[in-house]
Design a protein around this ligand. Sequence first.
Ligand SMILES: C[S@@+](CC[C@H](N)C(=O)[O-])C[C@H]1O[C@@H](n2cnc3c(N)ncnc32)[C@H](O)[C@@H]1O
Length: 161
Amino acid sequence: MDLPAASHIPLQRCPDLGIISDTPKGRGVFATRDIPAKTVIDVCPVLVLGIEENKKHLEHTSLYHYTYNWPIIDQDGKKKVAQAVIFGLGSMFNHSTQEQNVVWERDADRLFITYRASRDICAGEELCISYGDHLTFKDVDCPAPPRPDEEMAQLNQIQLD
Ligand SMILES: C[S@@+](CC[C@H](N)C(=O)[O-])C[C@H]1O[C@@H](n2cnc3c(N)ncnc32)[C@H](O)[C@@H]1O
């Protein structure tokens, strides 16, 4: 049966993907072939949770680490930030501060997110998004800060004019 274009959200997922289970970030999504820039990686439906529901229940579960901020308008017409569960690969992308290669766009009215390659991605590369600045875990990509003795040695090398 043909569906009229306006009647549905076309779902799409790039086939050239695999999950590796034992990375330093836990499971991660990897390219099994080269993926050109702008390729749609996945289109994921979302479930928006009530703010109270989130505070009372979800924040106390592991699922909390998988939700995204989601803008809503409450009953009084005020803008609020709720949390949304993402169905599909969107929940599996790890964070990278320097090497993001996937961008995402919300459709807040129709409740889905589209993920696209932000640049050419080579086979074997991990697909990563940005979680923003407030991480709830230690980023394994970030170099450890220098030890105090190393820091002092570095400072001593700086010559002041
Ligand atoms: C949305 S999940 C991503 C999938 C997850 N790796 C898994 O195995 O289910 C988010 C979690 O992945 C891990 N993670 C994502 N990016 C990371 C990073 N840059 N460094 C360390 N852990 C990361 C953290 O445990 C985080 O809470």
